[in-house]
Design a protein around this ligand. Structure first.
Ligand SMILES: [Zn+2]
Length: 399
């Protein structure tokens, strides 16, 4: 970014309930002035901040999405992806409160993935604002399980075992921007591959897997540190135990990414994952291109004929019981967790911001703190809806 806008932001601190003023300089939070240290009705804890108070918005950290495939009709996995598309999506996401994200590429041919990586890298080179928001690229697949169910919607013909040479080529195309890989440890060479990637600074996340408990253990020992959309991308039926869910829940080293759109996981799974994983539980959107589009019937090149319901559930037209991806952003996850009483607003907000930042080693992990990047959100919460009012990326406002 060639210049930072110095900004002054006023509102209610999302954690403490104090009325604060943030002074942002040179892209960072330079000062936090507490205007009233009486937490405004904050102790009435049944409802995050008591009744709606004044008109002041909540101030909290900007949203960080580790897994997003597209938005508002744009798809990072489209073979005709252009740098302009990447820039458009980035701007649209910022309006939705996202201050950092990881465009996600799924299982395709080697050339297809390489081309997409080059395109995203080009968008970052051409536009520094885009570069500041794309903290890395998430390659989800193709080194995943070939089994039905576990594979999800990834095309079997491109699923293959991990290949470090291929990855190295991709990383060159991406100019070093691949930071996160989702794979299944069920491949015999997965352990070696994981060690090589971790040594290269890549975060390895276990997903789309039908691995055994011992394979999960070996992956963790090799440095895998995350579970991709826990509870989704697995076989529909599992032995009661051992199975891939218990193995990942029990592995303390694995943080846990959850799609909390209200459709992908039942509330009890979310509740258990939050309890077991504590501050290693985080939200991802896993949004697909139809996210942000009006409800209706769509014929898509990748997902086929699908329906987006007015409630925001995206399913196959022929089989309404089968989801065709997520059509919700992180804001919906925050809403769902809070509204369902699974956790309080500030925790849900952290799960969509500072926790993913922390997992990826981003400086935005510091949250609302002097010296932290001024990646800040103004939002409202009325007990039902979480609305983004304004987003500041490095102190620069987009409305
Ligand atoms: Zn997936």
């Amino acid at each position: 970014m060639s210049e930072y806008n110095d900004a002054v932001v006023e509102g209610i601190h999302y954690r403490t309930g104090e009325r604060i003023r943030l002074i942002c300089k040179d892209g960072k939070i330079s000062e936090i002035i507490v205007l009233s240290n009486t937490p405004d009705k904050c102790n009435e804890r049944s409802h995050p901040f008591g009744e709606e108070k004044e008109e002041l918005p909540l101030i909290g950290p900007g949203l960080v999405d580790l897994q997003i495939n597209g938005f508002q009709g744009y798809d990072f996995n489209n073979r005709h992806l252009t740098p302009e598309t990447v820039k458009s999506v980035t701007r649209l996401l910022r309006q939705q409160g996202v201050t950092s994200y990881y465009p996600t590429l799924i299982t395709k041919s080697s050339e297809h993935i390489e081309r997409a990586l080059r395109t995203i890298a080009a968008a970052c080179t051409e536009d520094l604002e885009v570069a500041s928001m794309i903290s890395g690229i998430h390659v989800e697949g193709p080194y995943i399980s070939p089994k039905d169910g576990a594979r999800g919607a990834h095309a079997l013909k491109w699923v293959r075992k991990p290949d470090f040479e291929e990855f190295t080529q991709w990383q060159q195309a991406a100019e070093g921007r691949i930071k996160l890989i989702t794979l299944s440890p069920e491949w015999e060479n997965a352990e070696v591959f994981i060690r090589q990637c971790v040594a290269a600074g890549i975060t390895i996340s276990i997903g789309h897997t039908s691995a055994s408990s011992s394979q999960i253990k070996a992956a963790v020992a090799a440095g895998a540190s995350m579970s991709t959309h826990f509870g989704n991308g697995i076989q529909a039926e599992l032995p009661r135990h051992p199975n891939v869910l218990w193995a990942q829940l029990a592995a303390d080293e694995l943080s846990c990414c959850l799609i909390a759109d209200g459709f992908h996981l039942p509330k009890e799974v979310l509740k258990v994952a939050l309890k077991v994983k504590g501050d290693q539980a985080l939200l991802v959107s896993d949004a697909v291109a139809l996210c942000g589009m009006p409800p209706g019937y769509y014929d898509t090149p990748v997902g086929g004929k699908v329906v987006l319901t007015p409630e925001g559930r995206l399913h196959l037209a022929e089989s309404p019981e089968l989801l065709a991806g997520s059509a919700q952003l992180l804001t919906r996850g925050i809403e769902h967790l809070t509204r369902s009483g699974i956790c309080r607003l500030e925790r849900a907000w952290d799960m969509a911001s500072v926790i993913p930042s922390s997992m990826m080693g981003l400086s935005s992990a510091r949250g609302i703190e002097v010296g932290a990047p001024a990646d800040v959100l103004l939002a409202s919460w009325d007990g039902d809806q979480f609305k983004v009012l304004r987003t500041y990326k490095e102190g620069k406002c987009s409305e």
